[in-house]
Write a protein that binds this ligand. Structure first.
Ligand SMILES: [Zn+2]
Length: 135
């Protein structure tokens, strides 16, 4: 059973400020926390019967995770390829399930101090006039 995990940082436990999401300030602490949360998700997937795990590092430079701290059988997709699935890049029909760690609420919503949609310049995304994400 193949599992795909996409990992962001703005929803990582305890993070509250944009400066904590990029190198400098408290970034190192939260990158380590992000890696720990991904490792826990991977271990849970393995305990549940996963045989292969692909983790898409999906924040900013896509070079946030420490692969050495992830369980064996875990591969990490680092850097950006320009693929159409952006933060889900790497997923395909061969995966049995997908999970997200460190994700955040959408722009203009409550629940996360770093809420945004893709970039900080997009307020909402609609498809045929309907919100792509409900608040
Ligand atoms: Zn991010």
């Amino acid at each position: 059973m193949k599992i795909f995990i996409s990992a962001d940082i703005e929803g990582t436990a305890g993070i509250v400020n944009w400066k904590e999401t990029e190198p400098g300030d408290q970034y190192g602490y939260f990158a380590e926390q992000m890696t720990g949360e991904v490792a826990a998700a991977c271990q849970g997937a393995l305990d549940g019967g996963a045989t292969e795990i692909l983790v898409r590092d999906a924040h900013d430079s896509a070079r946030n995770l420490n692969p050495a701290k992830l369980p064996r059988k875990t591969r990490v997709l680092r850097g950006w390829t320009g693929g159409p699935y952006t933060m889900m890049d790497g997923i395909n029909e061969t995966y049995s399930a997908a999970a997200m760690t460190g994700y955040h609420t959408c722009a203009a919503s409550n629940g996360n101090p770093l809420a945004h949609t893709m970039t900080t310049s997009i307020e909402k995304v609609t498809i045929n006039g309907m919100p792509a994400v409900s608040l």
